[in-house]
Design a protein around this ligand. Structure first.
Ligand code: SF4
Ligand code: SF4
Length: 345
């Protein structure tokens, strides 16, 4: 692994250099839709020479929007009777060229690896992943809603990143972690980090909060199926208004719906983000809804993250970014849910 020292000027000119011939995105200050057509809400294309600084905590919207876009065209077709291909499903035009995401946090980088478990055979996700390079900033400060250290991550984590940039004692240190990261810096003349930088980085990593394995183990060893009828679910269901903010803003929620959209005879089969918090999500065509009550939907969200996903793939489907805690209008807090579940006798 190569490790470099960077000044703010070097970082800015490096990122601007990448943006000359590649799409480079950085977190925007708010969650609004960018004026740039190819840019997801909450992100902006790097252009010009403004210095690259990133606000404390995770970006307003998660990085999943680059790998699992909203919406995403899966197939196209025509219904025009004059067209000999009428009714034939075709592959959409492929987006090519690397995209570089700069300024994401360790929690989001880890979420990309988690989503890769259910999407490992999804050609759309895999194609997006293959053309994405992630240059993340580790965290010196955890927000009040951050709890990556309780979900198996770390504020100084590098999992999923191609380049990790850390601020240690006033020095910016870049760790180049993958061949994709090396490709980005191949033509640059950067200053190798000194031993003192590397030692300081290692010290910082040692000192920062580590995964709270006792809590993780306690949660893993708890048979949550036995808590299916626990009163905690009823109380949560009564508070929740099923707005879906928690799931849409969650980097590890990946449910989608497939719809057809036809405009003047030209059709697109699109997938849109969906949410298990919505009653229509689980409604059968028979009219039966196995999760027709709010309590059932709320329970399903937490059971998916803490039981069904780990049963199937290993890790919990939560990276502790805290977005759902910040965004829930009725203050439902997954940390309290975990605490309450562990407290049930
Ligand atoms: S954000 Fe809160 S109120 Fe909205 S669906 Fe999620 S848990 Fe329910
Ligand atoms: S469940 Fe909440 S804290 Fe966990 S990854 Fe999703 S938004 Fe972040």
């Amino acid at each position: 692994m190569k490790v470099f020292r960077l000044s703010q000027t070097e970082l800015d000119s490096m990122v601007q250099g990448w943006s000359q011939n590649r799409r480079v995105y950085r977190p925007a200050a708010g969650r609004q839709q960018s004026a740039q057509a190819d840019c997801a809400p909450g992100w902006e294309r790097v252009a010009g020479s403004s210095p690259l600084t990133v606000a404390t905590g995770p970006s307003k919207t998660s990085v999943k929007t680059f790998l699992f876009p909203q919406p995403e065209t899966m197939q196209t077709y025509t219904l025009k009777s004059s067209d000999p291909d009428k009714g034939l499903l075709k592959e959409p035009e492929k987006t090519t060229g690397k995209q570089i995401i700069v300024g994401l946090r360790p929690c989001d980088a880890r979420s990309v690896k988690l989503n890769n478990l259910p999407f490992r055979e999804d050609p759309f996700y895999q194609a997006s992943l293959a053309r994405t390079v992630m240059v993340g900033f580790t965290c010196n400060t955890m927000c009040a809603t951050c709890f990556c250290d309780q979900m198996g991550g770390s504020p100084m984590g590098t999992e999923g990143l191609d380049i990790a940039i850390s601020q240690v004692d006033g020095t910016m240190i870049a760790e180049v972690l993958t061949p994709a990261g090396e490709e980005l810096i191949a033509d640059l003349s950067l200053t190798p980090a000194e031993d003192s930088d590397i030692n300081a980085l290692a010290e910082r990593r040692k000192d920062c909060p580590q995964a709270d394995s006792a809590k993780l183990d306690a949660l893993k060893s708890r048979d949550l199926n036995k808590l299916y009828g626990a009163p905690v679910w009823q109380a949560l269901g009564e508070s929740c208004i099923n707005c879906g903010a928690c799931t849409f803003n969650c980097p590890t929620c990946y449910c989608f719906d497939v719809q057809d959209e036809v405009v003047r005879g030209q059709g697109r089969r699109i997938r849109y983000w969906d949410s298990c918090m919505f009653p229509l999500y689980s409604l059968h065509t028979t009219g039966h809804n196995p999760r027709g009550q709010k309590m059932q939907r709320t329970r399903n969200r937490f059971m998916h993250k803490l039981k069904y996903f780990p049963d199937r793939y290993g890790p919990f489907s939560c990276v502790g970014c805290g977005r759902c805690v910040q965004d829930c209008p009725v203050n439902i807090d997954i940390r309290e849910v975990i605490h309450d579940l562990l407290a049930v006798e």
